[in-house]
Design a binder for this molecule. Structure first.
Ligand code: IPM
Ligand code: MN
Length: 411
């Protein structure tokens, strides 16, 4: 191995670029380098290395980056700083392409998400998003035209939102600590009230009616539930999946959800305990006894609402990250907070949610070790450094917090 390490150093000098350690060591083993011939080493490598199998052995992930609006670019910068640091440590490379989508581009050109860009996004391994929402753009245009459009068109049918209280983080729930708050919400991400179906009848008249449809398909519900059951099994904690619904009122939508839940649960996941809670009761338990939850699965609208509550009990929007996942496809990871216009450009916004989103992205790409290292570093920073997770109260600037995470990674 000593020779391998020396070889690594020499390769670094020859190619004058950051290279991955593991593939090179494997490469050296594979050519059965003879330690006696240490003097020939640079030559051998120069000859073999240029044609270079080891270059191909190194994984390169193509990642589309959409910094977006408001504080999005500031937190994305810190996420990328951490990504760069871990890629060097865990032997993979990234090939980033930055897209200027968002409010500014819309105001200048009228474009929200051109079709050509949407097609391009399909070619990436993953997408990293900052935030959408601009004070000068009517609410709904960017949210629907950009964020929801990507979620729907790339069929990112799972919105995965971990709710985990890290050490040192101030929790608004009295007497609850990190041992009590560690669950995951699986939010259906392509259906429900978010499909945008409905109509006005007699718009503007005294007898006006507005109808908004919640569409739930057997296929959509089943794939979401299966994902949640599988995740519960993989987590291997309480092995309990809670369906959050409203079967007592939404007697079509949640009738379907409940039937499919028990049908596939009994058939294919007998090892997973099935639990049910109405959405209002779910909110109550999330505050009163969050330790009861392991994985919660729910529809798009309820998932939207309960994950803001989830973010609050884990310390706020500054730390809450989420993934819009198309299993096996192009998924998108984001801090779940908005563009925070009032903090824009001040260097005070908390970048940890964006950094955690990078962790989730890497986990999705199969870089579990790198993802674990990011989480551990974030935990050290919350435990040992930050005064608060709130914007302007961290005791550090946005970019200093990014630096602290990188430092913790290196320790
Ligand atoms: C979220 C956001 C979005 C949603 C908005 C911005 C459309 O609140 O990601 O939770 O409702 O899904
Ligand atoms: Mn939301």
């Amino acid at each position: 191995m000593q020779v391998g390490e020396d070889g690594l150093q020499i390769i670094r000098e020859i190619f004058d670029e950051r290279i991955a350690r593991q593939p090179v060591l494997l490469f050296l083993d594979s050519i059965a380098y003879n330690p006696q011939k240490v003097r020939d080493f640079p030559q051998v490598l120069r000859k073999l290395g240029r044609s270079a199998d080891w270059r191909q052995m190194m994984k390169t992930y193509k990642i589309a980056v959409i910094p977006g609006d408001g504080t999005g670019p500031e937190v994305v910068r810190e996420g990328l700083k951490v990504l760069e640091a871990v890629s060097g440590m865990f032997d993979f490379k990234t090939d980033l392409k930055i897209y200027d989508l968002g409010g500014e581009r819309y105001l200048k050109t009228g474009e929200v998400l051109p079709d050509s860009v949407l097609q391009e996004l399909r070619t990436f391994d993953s997408i990293f998003l900052g935030a959408v929402g601009h004070p000068d753009v009517k609410p709904g245009i960017l949210e629907k035209g950009l964020l929801l459009k990507i979620r729907f068109d790339l069929e990112q049918y799972i919105n995965l939102r971990p709710v985990k209280l890290y050490p040192g983080v101030n929790c608004p729930l009295k007497d609850k600590g990190p041992e009590d708050i560690d669950f995951v919400v699986v939010r259906e991400n392509n259906e429900g009230l978010y499909v945008g179906e409905g109509e006005f009848i007699n718009k503007g008249m005294p007898d006006e009616v507005a109808i908004q449809v919640s569409r739930n398909t057997r296929r959509g519900v089943e794939r979401c539930l299966r994902y949640a059951f599988e995740l519960t099994r993989r987590r291997n904690k309480k092995k309990q999946l809670t369906l959050c619904g409203k079967t007592n009122v939404l007697t079509y939508a949640f009738d379907l959800w409940e039937r499919v839940f028990h049908e596939i649960g009994a058939g294919d996941y007998p090892d997973i305990k099935r639990d049910y809670a109405h959405v209002d009761a779910t909110c109550m338990w999330m505050v009163k006894n969050p330790e009861w939850f392991d994985v919660i699965v729910t529809d798009n609208m309820f998932g939207d609402i309960i994950t803001d509550l989830g973010a609050m009990i884990q310390g706020g929007m500054g730390i809450a990250a989420g993934g819009n996942i198309h299993p096996g496809g192009v998924s998108m990871f984001e801090p779940i907070g908005g563009s925070a216009p009032k903090y824009t450009g001040k260097g005070v916004i908390n970048p940890l949610a964006a950094i955690c989103a990078v962790g989730m992205l890497l986990d999705y790409l199969g870089e579990a070790q790198a993802a674990g290292a990011i989480e551990k570093s974030v935990m050290r920073v919350t435990a040992e450094k930050l005064k608060s997770l709130n914007a302007g109260k961290m005791g550090y600037s946005t970019s200093e917090v990014g630096d602290l995470v990188v430092e913790a990674l290196r320790e």
